[in-house]
Structure formats: structure tokens, C-alpha cells
Design a protein. Sequence first.
Lengths: 198, 199, 581
Amino acid sequence: MSPDLESITDTGNKISRRAQITGTANITLGGKTVIQSDVVLRGDLHRLPQRKEDGTMERTPTAISIGRYTVISSGCVLRPPGRNSGGTWRYYGMKVGDNVFVGPNTILSSASISSHVHIGASCTLGDFSIINSNVKILPGTVVPALMVVPPGVVLGGQPARVVGELGEGWGGGGNGVGGGEEAWTEGGELRELVRAIR
Amino acid sequence: MATPQPTASLRPTPPKRASTVKPILPPPPSTIHPTAVIASHAVLSGTHPITIGAHCIIHPYARIVSAEGPVELQEGVVVWEHGIIEGRGEGVRIGRGVIVESGARIEGEVGEGSLVGQGSIIGVGSVVGKHCKLAPRTILEPQTRIPDFTVVYGANNARRVDTTVRDKAETMTAREKGQQRQMDALRKLVPGNTAKWMT
Amino acid sequence: MAQQFPYTYYACCINASSSASLVQKRSSHTTTADEEDEDRTFDPRSPRANYSLYPLEHLLYCDDCQQIRCPRCYTEEIVAWYCPSCLFDVPNTQVRTEGNRCQRNCYNCPICTSPLQVNPLEHSSHLAPESSNGASYFLGCPYCNWSSLDIGVEFAKHTGITAQLAKLKTARQSQAKKEREERAENTDSNDNNALNERPTRDDLFSNLKSFYKDALSSANPVNPLSFDPTLYNSPPSVTRLMNLYAPPSVKRAKAAKPTPMREAHSTSEGLLPLSPVDEDMSIARMAQAGWDSLSSTAQRSQQQHPTTKFVQDLWPAQTRLLTRRAKRCATCRHILTKPDSKISSTRYRIRILALDKVPRLSIRALSALHTPHPSFPISVSSTAATAPRFEYENLRPGVMVQFLLTLHNPLFEPIRVTLGTPAVTPGKLASRVTVLCPQFEVGANTDVWDEALNSSTTLSSKGKMQPGDGPVQAEAGKVWERGRNWTSVVVEIVPGFPGGAPTGIVPRTAEEEEELDEEDTVVEVPVFVRFEYEYEHPDAAVFEKMREEEGARVKEVPEMGRQTREVAFWTVLGVGRVAGR
């Protein structure tokens, strides 16, 4: 355990001291989630708070929310998606589910990434893309903006297309712990991986 | 040198973060237009001159390096996080309204109104024309020439002419208008710290 | 192959050359069938092996046949159709009438296959004064910037794209027809007739369809290819059906050669005659517009009419539907998996995975205590990042490497495992393999809490040895380490010499080097896994329940209730690659 690299929050999130986080107040982490070094979280790109009917300002909406047991590898960029709406440019929240693995140097601008998604290294997920649960994205894939990825598929290529289906046993097999062997698998529970990362 | 403080921000960033990227070397000789926004975590480094035009936005964790040559950003250029622009030889010029997306690395010239996609690399001495689009993760070898209105896409760097933007004036204006709105929004959201780099 | 070392593949259907042998093998699944397997070492290098090796996650298990099931030995049934883009469940009836394409607003880019988006087109007032409300829409690709404006298509509404596109298409076709007619009038050529009658693609298709329908019913009234159910009501079809079930000798005598059918030979029958004028025109267009104006093969294959030559003529492609499928054992017809028909649900109603039924094998180098998982390319801990990694891609020929083979037991009963490997691996790269402990037990997959509670007593590491710094002394016949439901044993592998030079001292010539395929330097070890376990016979469960109620101890189950079950299969362990030089 090297205390200079990771800081552990009250809810068990492991955040590298070299993570590049802006707008911390607009980011929620579900707990037991890992943010590695050189990860950019653009919490500052949030929807501007609106004035409520009683004249007070509403609370700033969450820009990025990440679930539990999710691992964001080093060099990733998480930037909330934005678009023109009603004559002005607006940013929208980005949601990442539980047990999601994001490989190194991947750039995410998705609207939502569901649980048990495995994203390879050096991928690009365009603005407002929606990744449903149980999806594997091969390394180097470029998901175009606004694409919807159905559950249970393998995605690859530039631009991304469905290149295969996941086996029925996707995410399984990580139940046996021990033997010096890693107890996590693609799409499975990442609890042990999060525990192992220090 | 005094600890740089974010000049204008909607929400004060924690002070410990502001001090983490304090430049150790003296800042490069740079000419920065007062309307440009350079985020407090953006880095300008090198010894050759850096010119940043009006209304440019340099996002946090973007880098502009003039160690091997001067860099010129014309009016309204946006450089996103992890984007790197490196001056080479005679200098690198980024045209008006160019968007350099996250993680892109530019060592060549880019013409007006072009978009350099996420994680793309433009090799040394390359020239990208006006109103081009490099799809994410495009890699241009050094000395590549891309004519105006070209879209480079796919794993094999396929090219096509963007006839929509070239031939339909309304799509071009719509795009420019959208970009303008985005920059207006960004100017409100991204805390600038331009004063730090003024010499 | 891009697979990263180390890996484990499970073999299925290695002897199944035909369904007949399949059935036979399943029915006599005892020692005889297994001995057949054992006689012949499974060769992962054989050309056929590619079709029988799968990662464990992709395999199912049939409880009745007690066999692993792979895509070659299960059948599939479509449970539901859905659009991958709008995630709409398309009813079966609609698929039957309108085909396997999304009928809503989902289109793919004809250039790069990305999903297209409907964008508003803001006409500046001075540019388009004729448009009434000033707003219209177009389909645009967010990836390659293609837009329907490139082919001159604009929409009045942002919904009902399919209907609007169809309307535009027919309008265009009629216009093209008119133009052609005009041209034909002007040019005084012999093709006048052909040009005048030139129908649209859709007309041609319906012509051809009706022609074949007529031909089938008239030439061969009881044609088995015909799907028309009314045919079965006619007397000839009854006789045909009767013939089907008649003894073979009678059938053969009656079976007449099918009369050859005539092919279409005019436009009214759906034939598209070659028109020199059109060909000349497209050649001229090619010469003028150049290579970039031509569509690629991949782009054409997406089109409804795969003869579309020019990029200008490419039409947005409706998104193809995907299916959710249930899987059935091909031998006993039992359902192995059945997904929920709703696309929003990722659950299965039935799912019998090989993962839950056979032990999972995993291999890694003994010296590398923490090998990064190939799918998780990150440094887990700072110590692991600095520790020297075992280079699976760089095995040295002739130098023994110790690997640790771990078996995980997913069953609730303890299993007895016997491992078998050939002494020398098949293929050009003959590596020597020794499993130090080929017979061992793996504990049951009991509750994790049991382990925690009993850790002091049952898990007193029987065969465990502390890994020292130097080369480890693994004792033959003893397991390396044992846990709740896993056991690891040491496997010693001496990688062979590429090119089969056993001396290894004589430098190989360039010629010999060239003979080696890249695949030949991969060390793959076939391992035959046989495991047996005792299980409760279903009848005995009732009996046991009675006993339990009487307060008897569970362990006193009568022998008649316990049965031994034996399962065997081949696996292939990819342990690494021999260094090139």
C-alpha cells in the first residue's frame, strides 16, 4: 500500500492523487470505485443551475455519477456530453453503472453506461452514446455519437458495429477465489479487483 | 512566484489542486489575447513563442509545447483535456475555429474550421486543410496532406469529401453557430487563469 | 491469433463428424466412448481443432446427456426479434411480412455503417424562401459526416422517415423512367424497345417472384419447395405424402427426375437484359467522377440492390434486426438456455452453463505470482508493477518452466480429477509435459461461510509449500496448494525447439527458419480431464428427507442413493510462445 498514490474516501473509493478531477462537487461516486492516475473527470462541465419559481437557484445537477465496483484505468477522460438545445449549448449528466471496467486511455462522453460493461483500452465513446448492460467493447473501438448499443453484444471497429454476441456465461466463473489466481472476469463482479488495486 | 489563483470561477476549486501544476520552468514567451480562456490546469511550456488568439479555450490538462518550435493558435481554437499541440521546425499553426478533441496530438498544421477527433495524431509536417474532420483515433503519418473538406475516417484512414458542408451553406452556418454556442457555454463553465501565462 | 497467454480452451465435438456418431457417442457415454477419446490424443494443431475449441463461457451443458454442448451440438430457436438501435421488440408477424429490418426511424450510414441521426436543417430565410415553415430535416452520420443531403434527400417531418423515404424513392424512380423515355425518343437506336419497357427494381423483383411462383406450381404441382399450405389439400400432394412414408423400394421406383424449369427470359418475367446504353453511361460517369465515386464491396453489400455502383446512388440502409435465441441440445432436445423475450431484461429463464458443471482450469507460470489479466491491462498494485513479469511470449526452448494448473470446482460435491497429457505435445514444436500430480481431489463449492468457520481445521494446507526465492522444488505426486473448492498442481513443461532441432546448439539456417509458421512457435498442451463425483440420486433425496425428519444424521445416506457420475473432456492450455531465436 503506497499512501502517496491513492486516497481512500469514506465510502471506500480509491482515487489516485494524480487523478485530474475538476468540479469535484458535481461528481458522485457510488463507493468502492477506483479512479487511477491521470484520469480526467470533467465535473465542471455541468448543466447550469436554473432559477426556480420561488426565485432561488436550484442545486447544481450532477455531472458525472459512477456506480460501485467500477474501475476507471489510468489516462481515461470522462467528459459529460453536451449539445445545442433551445438555442444554447447545454451539458447533460453522464452515468456509469456498477462493475464497469474502463481500459487505459479511453475517452468517454456517453450519456449512460450500464452495469457489467467491459471497455477495452484506447476506445472512444462518442457524445450521448448509450451502452446497455453486459457489453464488451474491444480495444480501440470508436463508438459514434448517439449510438445505442444493445445488451449482450461484442462491439468493435471504427466506427463501432456489433461484431458478435457474448456467451451465456459472460461474467461468470469469477466465483472461485484463491490459488493466487485472479478472481475477476470480464463483465463479472469486480469487487476483488477493486480490493486488489492499491 | 505567487500561487496562481483561479481568476473567475463559478465554484472555487480546492486550493491544493490549484497549486499542483505550478510551473517549475519559466513560462514560454507568449502572446495571449485577453479574451482567451486558459484553464488553471492547462500547461504552456517551451522556449519558442506561443501565440493564442481571441476567444480560444484551452481546457484543463491540455498542453501546448513550444520546445522545438513556435505555436500559433488563431481565433476561437478549442483544445480539450489531454490534447497536445507541439511546435515543430518553422512552427505549427492551428487555424480559426479548430477544435482539438481530448487526447489528440498535433505536430502539424491544421486549417480553419477543422475538427481533430479524440485521440488522433497529426504527424510532423502534415498539413490538414480547411473544414476537415479527422474521426477519433485517426493517425496521420508525418508529411501527410489532407485537402479541404475531407473527412478521414475508419481504421484504414478512408477519405471522403464532405459534400454536405462544402455544398450546403446552411449546414456550414449551422455548424458554426453551434460551435459558437458551445464556446459561450464553456466560457461560463471553465475557470480561466490566463493571467498566469501573461508575460 | 490475438489471444493473449496464458489461455484455456475447452474442446467439444472432437469426434463428431456426423450426427450419427454424435448420437452413438452420447448414448454409450461410459468408459467405452471415453476410451476411444483417450486412444487418440487431441491435437490442437489439427485443422479441425479450430472448430471444436471454445472458451468455457461460451459452452453450455446438457444435464441429461451429461455432456458439454457447443454451437455445433445445440440448435437455436428465435425467441424474439429486436432492433439494436431503438431496442424495439418487433413482433414475429411483422418480421414475416416486412423482413428483418427496423421499420421505424433507424437507419445506418451507407458509407460507414454508423447509426444515422435526424438533424434539423435551418434554412436561412434568404436561401430558401420557398419552404413554408423554414424547417426541414435530414439524416446525418455523426461519424463520417455523410448526410442525406448528399443524395438530395430532405424530410418534412422528423418522424416516419421510412414512409417519407419510400415516397421519395418511388418519385425518383418514376422520374428516372421518364428521363429515360425522353432520352430514348431522342436517340434513334435499336434499344428503344428495351428502354421503354425498362421497369424499376421493385417491379422486376415482383415480376420474377410471380414468374417463379407460376413456374413452380405449373411445372411441378407438388413441388416440395413450395411453401403454399393450400397445396397439401390437393390429392396429388396426398399421394406425395403417402410416398414419403412408403418403403424405400417403392419410393425409388416412383421418384421421377424433376423436370427442368424454364428460366425467365423477358422483363415481364423479371429478367433484366443488359442495356448497352446504360452501360456506356455508367462507364462515362466512372471516367468523369473517378475512383472515389465508386462504392466499395462492403457498402454495396449493405444496400438493398447490391449492384449500386456509385456512392451517389447509395441509399441509407434500414437497421438489421437482431434476435434472442433459446438453445436446445441437439441430441436430447432439452432446452439449455432460454432468455427472457423482453429486450430490456438480461435475465434467463433457463440457463445451464458448462461453467457451473465442469471444473475450470487456469494456468499461469509458477514464478509469476501476479500476472496481469489480459483483459485488465492495468497495474493492480505498485509492487506488482515493479516486479519482473513472466514473459509468456518469450519461452526458451529446452529450458524447463514450472506452471501452476489450478482447477476450480463449481459443483456442490467434491470431485476426483484425473489429468492426462501426452508426454510430448503434438505438432512441430514437440514440448515435453509432466503433470507432477495427475490425480487429486478438489473440494466442494460449499458456502463461503463454511470455509471461514472451518478454516482452522479442514484447511490446514495439506500439500502447501512455501514458494522460495530460487527454483521451487515441487514434489511429484503431491498437490501444490489446496483451497475450499480449488486445487493447484505443478506442471513442468520443456518447450521444444522450433524446427525440431533437438540439439539446439547447431544454429539453424535461414531456410529452416522460414519453414516455421508463426503458429508453430506456440506451446499448446492438450490436457484430458476426467472427473467423477458422487451425487444424490433424485429418489434418494426423498428418502433422505424422511430420514432427516426422523432426526437421523445426513451422512448416513444409504449407499443405494449415492451414484457416481463421470465426465470427461479435452482442454487445450496455451502456455506461451517460444522465442524466435
